[in-house]
Design a protein around this ligand. Structure first.
Ligand code: SF4
Length: 564
C-alpha cells in the first residue's frame, strides 16, 4: 500500500515478486535499496518510509508481532531499520498487507493523519488540531475519534521538529503509545512527510496466507516450548523485565557509567530489575506485562508513581542505563519520568539519555542531577540551541559544548554494553549497517555464558557475524529479539519454509540473511559512508575502562573482514 504525500494519493499493488520471500527488515531494506536514491537528503521527498510486518506476522507463532520501519536515516546517513511491538504489525498482516510505503512530501507545511479502516479504505485527515501535541494526548484524541480498537503509530513534537533522535511511537495492547521505534531518527522522516499518525483498524478476519498451515503450527508448538524452557525468555524477563540485565552487565564491568568513564555503577542495585520489580509491585503496577501481540514472554511492565498512578510503560534496561548509569542517576522514579517524557515527546531514550550524559561529562550539568535530566528533556520543547542539540543526539551536544568524548558510531549512541569489556559489541557497533545498535547482533548472552571471552579479541568477529545474521533472520520474521536464545537456525528455516512452501536449507537461509546485510552495507557506501565510519570514537581505543582496564584492541582489518 503506497501513499504519496505530495498529492495525497493512495494505491494498492500486488507485491512484486522480488519481495515475495521476505518480510520485516528484509523487505524494508530491499525496498529502500531499490527505491530510494542513496544520495538523497533523508528529509526530502525522495526518501521513503516503509512499514513491514515480518514474514510470520499474522500467524499464530509466538512473539511474531514486531513491525519493521525503514528509511534512509537522518541520524546515521545510512539505511535504517528500527522495529517496534504493539499491535500494528498483527493488524496489518491480518489484512494481508506486506508493507505500507510513504513517499513524497506535502507542498504546504500541514500535518496529516492517515486512517485505514477495516475494509482497507484509506482517508487522509488534517492533523492541525494535534500539532505540537504529545503522543499520549494525540492517541487519546485519535482513539476517541476513530475507536479504541485501532492501532496507532504516532510522532510527537520531536518528530514534527524533525530532530535526529525522533522516534515513532506505537500503541501497546492497552492502547498507550509507549512502544518505540526509537533508533535512527525515523520519527523525523515521518515528520518530513507531514504524517502525524497512522491509525489502523483491527480487521474482522485474518486473511494472512500460509503455505503449510499444519506444519507451521507444529513448529510453533516446538518454538513455544523452547521459549518457555530457556531461563531468560521463560522466567527472568517475566519476573524482572529487561532491567534484569543491570546486575549481570555491571558484574562484567561493562555497564557504561558516567559517560563511559567506568564499567561499574556503585549504586546499580537501586536501578536493578530486582528493585524495579519490588517497587512496581508495591505500587500496584505490573511486571510480566504483555506489550505486544502474540507475546508469551511478557517482558513489559507498568510503572506507577509514588501516588500509585500510571507513570510509564515499559521501563526498559536500555533506558534505565542511558538515563541512569550514564548520567550517574540511581532514582527509578526520575528515570521513569524521563521515560514518559521521551515517549510523549517522541524521542529515542537511548540517544537522549546519552546526549544528556555528554552534557554532564562536558561539565555543563552535574552527574547525578535528576532534576537536570528532567529539565533537559523539557528543554527540547523550547527549541533553544541546547534543546535542539539534546534532541539531535550526543554528537550534536558534543559539538555545541566542544566536547569530544561522545560514544557514538555513525552518529548513533552506543547501547548499554561497553565495547571495551564486551569486545564482541565493539565489532557489532562498528560493522552493523545500522550504526551502534543493541538489537543488531548483541553478544551479551554469549559473553555471560562464556561462549566467548568478553575481554579477549579472539573469536569476536566470528561471534558478531553469526549474531548479526541471526538478528537479521529474526527481524525478517518479525520475531522479538528475546526469542533468540530459543530459536536455532533449523527451526527458523522450518518456519520460513512452512510459511512460504519452500524447501530451503539452513545454509541457504543464512546466505540470504548475509546478502541482506551486504545489501544494507552497499546502500551505506553509495550514500557516502566510508570504512572510517565503521569505527568507535578514539577514547574507546585509548582509555582503559575500570574495573577491567580493558581497551578496544580490534584492528581495522578485523572489522573490515566481517562480511567478506
Ligand atoms: S518480550 Fe517484550 S518486547 Fe518482546 S514481544 Fe513480548 S512484550 Fe514485546
Amino acid at each position: 500500500m503506497r501513499f504519496d504525500m505530495t498529492d495525497q494519493s493512495v494505491s494498492v499493488d500486488e507485491l512484486p515478486n522480488a519481495y515475495r520471500h521476505t518480510g520485516g527488515r528484509g523487505l524494508t531494506s530491499q525496498y529502500i535499496s531499490n527505491e530510494v536514491p542513496p544520495d538523497c537528503n533523508p528529509l526530502e521527498h525522495r526518501n521513503q518510509l516503509v512499514f513491514a510486518p515480518g514474514f510470520l506476522g499474522g500467524t499464530q507463532i509466538p512473539n511474531s508481532g514486531r513491525l519493521s520501519i525503514g528509511a534512509k536515516s537522518p541520524l546515521t546517513g545510512g539505511i535504517k531499520e528500527s522495529n517496534v511491538g504493539g499491535s500494528f504489525a498483527l493488524n496489518l498482516s491480518m489484512q494481508n498487507i506486506a508493507a505500507l510505503a510513504i513517499r513524497g512530501k506535502p507542498q504546504d507545511d500541514n500535518l496529516y493523519v492517515i486512517q485505514i479502516d477495516p475494509e482497507l479504505r484509506c482517508t487522509i485527515h488534517s492533523a492541525t488540531p494535534y500539532r505540537n501535541l504529545g503522543t499520549y494526548a494525540t492517541v487519546d484524541e485519535l482513539t476517541n475519534r476513530f475507536g479504541k480498537q485501532n492501532s496507532v503509530l504516532v510522532i510527537g513534537p520531536a518528530g514534527e521538529q524533525m530532530l535526529k533522535s525522533a522516534s515513532i511511537q506505537a500503541t501497546d495492547l492497552d492502547g498507550r503509545p509507549c512502544r518505540a521505534a526509537g533508533r535512527g531518527g525515523l520519527g523525523a522522516v515521518m515528520g518530513s512527510k507531514g504524517v502525524k499518525a497512522i491509525v489502523l483498524a483491527k480487521p474482522q478476519n485474518n486473511q494472512m496466507e500460509v503455505a503449510e498451515k499444519r506444519r507451521l503450527l507444529q513448529l510453533g508448538a516446538v518454538f513455544s516450548k523452547a521459549i518457555m524452557e530457556a531461563p531468560f525468555s521463560g522466567k527472568v524477563l517475566r519476573k524482572f523485565g529487561t532491567a534484569a540485565l543491570v546486575g549481570p552487565v555491571n558484574s562484567l564491568g561493562a555497564f557504561p557509567t558516567f559517560n563511559a568513564r567506568t564499567g561499574v555503577f556503585p549504586e546499580w542495585k537501586d536501578i536493578s530489575g530486582e528493585e524495579l520489580a519490588i517497587l512496581t509491585s508495591s505500587r500496584n503496577g505490573k511486571v510480566g506485562h504483555k506489550g505486544c501481540s502474540r507475546c508469551i514472554i511478557k517482558c513489559s511492565n507498568i510503572f506507577h508513581d509514588q501516588d500509585n498512578r500510571y507513570l510509564t510503560s515499559s521501563l526498559e534496561y536500555e533506558t534505565i542505563w542511558a538515563s541512569g548509569g550514564m548520567c550517574g542517576i540511581h532514582d527509578l522514579d526520575a528515570i521513569a519520568q524521563f521515560d514518559f517524557l521521551c515517549d510523549d515527546l517522541g524521542l529515542d531514550t537511548i540517544n537522549t539519555g546519552v546526549a544528556i550524559a555528554v552534557a554532564m561529562d562536558a561539565g555543563h550539568l552535574k552527574f547525578g542531577d535528576a532534576n537536570a535530566l528532567r529539565e533537559m528533556v523539557k528543554e527540547v520543547m523550547t527549541q533553544s540551541d541546547l534543546g535542539r542539540a539534546i534532541g539531535n543526539g550526543p554528537d550534536a551536544v558534543g559539538s555545541i559544548l566542544h566536547h569530544d568524548r561522545v560514544p557514538v558510531v555513525k552518529h548513533q549512541s552506543i547501547a548499554a554494553y561497553d565495547p571495551r569489556s564486551i569486545k564482541g559489541m565493539a565489532v557489532t557497533y562498528c560493522s552493523s549497517p545500522m550504526g551502534a545498535d543493541h538489537t543488531a547482533g548483541n553478544l551479551i548472552g554469549e559473553s555471560l555464558s562464556g561462549v566467548v571471552d568478553p575481554l579477549r579479541r579472539e573469536g569476536q568477529v566470528e561471534a558478531s557475524r553469526k549474531k548479526q545474521i541471526l538478528a537479521m533472520g529474526l527481524d525478517c520474521a518479525g520475531l522479538c529479539l528475546f526469542t533468540g536464545s530459543a530459536i536455532k537456525n533449523d527451526l527458523l528455516t522450518g518456519l520460513f519454509n512452512a510459511r512460504f512452501g519452500t524447501s530451503f536449507s539452513s545454509d541457504h537461509l543464512n546466505e540470504m540473511m548475509l546478502s541482506l546485510l551486504k545489501l544494507e552495507r552497499n546502500f551505506n557506501q553509495a550514500a557516502g559512508l566510508k570504512s572510517s565510519d565503521d569505527r568507535l570514537p578514539q577514547f574507546f581505543y585509548d582509555e582503559p575502562l575500570p574495573p577491567n582496564f580493558s581497551r578496544v584492541d580490534l584492528s581495522d582489518e578485523d572489522i573490515n573482514s566481517i562480511f567478506q
